[in-house]
Design a protein around this ligand. Sequence first.
Ligand code: DX5
Ligand code: ZN
Length: 220
Amino acid sequence: MAFRIAPSILSADFARLGEEVRAVAAAGADLVHFDVMDNHYVPNLTVGPLVCAALKPVSKLPLDVHLMVRPVDRIIPDFAKAGASIISFHPEASEHVDRTIALIKENGCKAGLVLNPATPVSFLDYTLEKLDLVLLMSVNPGFGGQQFIPSVLPKIAEVRKRIDKLGKDIWLEVDGGIKTDNIADVAKAGADTFVAGSAIFGSRDYAATIKQMREKLSVV
Ligand code: DX5
Ligand code: ZN
């Protein structure tokens, strides 16, 4: 299985955001995870399409935009124009989930649905075949540096089974509390894409941390 590591810029130094993205690209990251928070759907406020557009030319890495905003539809075309490759959203933040998925695709991006720790997998009924990515939250959204919630592990396995049964190339990404010491367990459960904010940006040597993560993944 191809494993992908997606550093979340939420834990980067925002005063030097461009340099930080360049640094994780040089350190071997596969994606840049871009957390968008609105102080409404989640109790925190981060960055929008202007910052996304500013970071787009900084590296060749695809921008993996995680929208934690409600309502969500209005802002999707703006992120597509700003260079997002993947746009993911929470079903609780959309009035019409199927319409939002279609909107992301019409705007030329890959579509992801994000399930919070207590959001049931049944949200993938009637949607999974239209998705490019499922993002399972292993913390409650809103902040970096939280503890991984282990009850998401059987949920990852369940979603992995559903994806395999469908036989489509749908990425299974996990977000929240991923570190070098639990990334292998997350992979064993069935994830292929790993968001890591504080574990990477909080470390002294990004390349060494990503390398350590890959070493843990290589024995899964
Ligand atoms: C939380 C965000 C995460 C967060 C992960 O709402 O979606 O992407 O940045 O940070 P860590 O890896 O520190 O838990
Ligand atoms: Zn995220």
